[in-house]
Design a protein. Sequence first.
Length: 397
Amino acid sequence: MLQISQRGQQMPPSPIRKLVPYAEAAKKKGVKVYHLNIGQPDIETPKMVLDAVRNSDFKVLEYSHSAGNESYRKKLVKYYESVGIHVNQNEIIVTTGGSEAILFGFMTCLDAGDEVIIPEPFYANYNGFAVAADVKVVPVTSHIESGFALPPIEEIEKKITAKTKAIVICNPNNPTGYLYSEAEMQQLKEIIVKHNLYLFSDEAYREFCYEGKQFSAGHLTGVEDHVIIMDTISKRYSACGGRIGAFVTKNKSVLDAAMKFAQARLSPPSFAQIAGEAAIDLPADYFDTTKAEYKSRRDLIVKRLNAMEGVFCPNPGGAFYAMAKLPIDDADKFCQWLLESFSYKNETVMLAPATGFYGTPGLGKQEVRLAYVLNTTAINGAMDCLEEALKQYPGRK
């Protein structure tokens, strides 16, 4: 009998997408589903970005350079300069989404069996990339009571072994929305220097910081060879389907090795590079309106959640996610029940159970992630559903 590989068997399903069949079934029954389960913004992709693709004029859709079009990489240099990250075009590899940038980092810097330390809860697909690269994710727990602040240094250092090669952070964080402070970033600098580790920094949500500015890993001094930034246009410009990201580092050896992986997949998508290049020419105030919209959504969803009996939701400093602790027995059962057995005024809400964002078994059973990517009217409708659901749920605690 033909066998599936161990890697294929170990590959985890997406905790964000695994409930999709239940949502589809609910819709077939005529129930409206508010999708707060996935970070798909409803903000329109900028017209000038789409027009750049529509108006592109060439006779052959060629491969680009494996590192991406030089014109785009030069534009990215200007973009990074505008946020205080100083690189040149040869220190950037354009990738097929931020996902490929993360995978390049794992494949380039770690051997099979090596370990990466990641504060949990973390972006669930890190697990998948780790399985693909045959490396081990070692979680260090952050807690909802502290708003998911960086765990103490001593807790991180307890996790370091001879196989530890890197620390991974997402800043601002998905799924928690936590924004790491400069002091926390300096603490991470101390650890990576002391233990000679890489620092992988996923900065997909850089523009969406509400009470302060992002302190990037690229702002750390004296550790340039340790730092690798993974980036993407997906959330920044509401262009998730473009699948264009960036792998950014000043470490020449890492770049040379990553380029071999980039050459093996030939080139990143051409049309999306055109879109990404056009996006950098957006007016300087482009993010002001977008950020203000997300902030109003955040303020509403956090207020509504904390007004519900037995619910606690810390105020996220960035991105467009909130984590909430609910008075329920099991988040996976609850999120499925919402779609399968519940409706309020013929509506329901789709959430992401937090268990899939933790690496430690048993954690997150009372927590859910909510993506505030819908307008405020829809968020109010979703919160009305959730409030009623918590009153009716058989497994309420």
